[in-house]
Design a protein around this ligand. Structure first.
Ligand code: CMC
Length: 437
């Protein structure tokens, strides 16, 4: 036996290397072994030790985190210990953002100061506006958003002082405050409409709706039911532990770059159809299916492997996605104002058939957060390209909470995975005559 440093509770894993006959005792801490402990298992001292191979990080913890808890089997999601159902019912997005970033609910004074700070950082430099106006008329709003957020780093060069808590705080406030402005402008751009400046008399959601939809009226007044539904959607999307975009923020953030650059990497990751882009794909799918009667044939196509049922399945949730349940309720509230989305019927039929079908039951495929959110966004008159922007705005709070945790985590290092090299070695570069004759 070698290398026995048992964990505090004495749990260990004994591994025998059949190449050498040696046993290794590896401490188990919080249900994990350290990958670096595997590195001690080697045949010769001058050869690399054993590493784990895990494409897509399906079974690798990259960090210790106290931000968000998920139990995928039981369908539980908690931010800083508070169940998502309670937050969606009793809180609002800015309070949830405070909770995520600071780790605790705010006192009344802290809450008022936080809302005040966010509200008064909603404007962006006029040159950012020029930057956005420089895009083609048909630019995808996510491309515009990720460029604009990356561009912000050049306006706040002090942001690179990431070890200074005050500087960090200011950038967090700025980013949460400015995301709705940038998101709304990317929407107006595609429509050829003038960009609307923030109205700091309004709440976070109301101001966003005003920047999206205001025309010539002196004051835009959002329907309170829509503003409330938007708050709920924002809360549901605020964080989701180590998903692909958060991993991108942490990975880029581990180089100690400024948070604008790290968050723009998160936006890029969110853009993909297997991540935040799924809600856009759901709506395109529903439009293609068109009517309830076409659902059985579509499901047969999915089962035959022709395509995926978008908005179904999740890497972590294998029972149900608690956010999907809350979104279904928000759908009813929004449709009360906007009228029922004609594709709701198709979505409900898909859900009904899929939940009874053995293919989906066996693989534990349930509706995820994106299955119904697209219907709400469409009812709010957003084109599908905007759906992922609606996800990126609230997720910024989660990305920043995770980024702060990373910066303060003494164990974190620059993210630099290993590879298994499969290419050629030691070739001799041929002369041009040898190559081409
Ligand atoms: N439709 C049909 N079959 C599916 C689906 C689906 N949506 N999702 C998974 N499967 C099947 C898959 O073919 C595989 O079957 P088999 O074992 O016979 O090969 C099995 O279920 C396991 O799938 P997987 O791809 O190994 O699972 P994963 O954990 O790697 O993928 C996922 C998770 C979310 C990428 C996947 O379920 C998917 O592509 N869903 C559709 C896209 C989507 O809705 N994404 C939004 C995710 S939630 C919000 C977010 O993260 O942004």
């Amino acid at each position: 036996m070698t290398d026995a440093t048992p964990s505090a509770d004495g749990q260990t894993l004994t591994v025998r290397d059949d190449r050498t006959g040696k046993d290794y005792v590896l401490p188990i801490v919080d249900g994990t072994i350290r990958a670096s402990d595997l590195g001690k298992i080697r045949v010769n001292d001058d050869e690399p030790g054993i590493a784990s191979y895990d494409p897509g990080f399906t079974n690798t913890a990259s960090t210790r985190s106290a931000v968000t808890f998920i139990d995928g089997e039981k369908g539980i999601l908690e931010y800083r210990g508070y169940p998502i159902e309670q937050l969606a019912e009793k809180s609002n997005f800015l309070e949830v953002a405070y909770l995520l970033i600071h780790g605790d609910l705010p006192s009344k004074e802290q809450y008022d100061a936080w809302v005040h700070e966010i509200t008064f950082h909603t404007f962006v430099h006029e040159n950012i506006k020029s930057l956005m106006q420089g895009f083609r008329y048909d630019a995808h709003p996510m491309g515009m958003l990720l460029s604009a957020v990356g561009g912000l780093s050049t306006f706040y060069p002090e942001a690179r002082n990431i070890q200074d808590p005050e500087v960090r705080h200011l950038q967090i406030v700025r980013m949460i405050a400015k995301m709705p402005t940038l998101g709304a402008w990317s929407f107006r751009h595609a429509q050829g409409k003038p960009y609307v400046y923030p109205d700091n008399d309004l709440s976070y959601a109301e101001n966003f709706l005003a920047m999206l939809f205001k025309m010539s009226e002196p004051k835009y007044e959002a329907d309170p039911r829509l503003a409330k539904a938007l708050e709920v959607l924002f809360i549901l999307h605020a964080d989701h532990e180590q998903n692909a975009s958060t991993n991108a923020v942490r990975s880029v953030g581990s180089t100690q770059v400024d948070p604008y650059s790290a968050v723009s990497a998160g936006i890029a990751a969110l853009y993909g159809p297997l991540h935040g882009g799924a809600n856009e794909a759901v709506l395109r799918m529903l439009k293609r299916i068109k009517t309830k009667d076409n659902v059985p044939a579509f499901i047969e196509g999915v089962k035959a492997g022709n395509e995926r049922l978008m908005g179904f399945g999740h890497r972590v949730y294998k029972n149900y996605d608690p956010r999907a349940t809350i979104i279904k309720k928000a759908c009813d509230d929004v449709f009360e104002v906007t009228g029922v989305n004609p594709y709701l019927e198709v979505a409900q039929e898909l859900e009904k058939i899929a939940l009874e079908d053995e293919y989906f039951v066996k693989r534990k495929l349930y509706p995820n957060v994106d299955f119904y959110s697209g219907l709400i966004y469409e009812a709010l008159q957003f084109p599908p390209e905007m759906f992922t922007v609606m996800f990126a705005i609230p997720r910024t709070a989660g990305w920043l909470a995770q980024w702060v945790e990373l910066v303060d985590d003494k164990e974190q290092k620059i993210a630099r995975p290993k590879q298994i090299y499969t290419g050629e070695r030691g070739l001799t570069f041929p002369s041009s005559t040898e190559r081409w004759g």
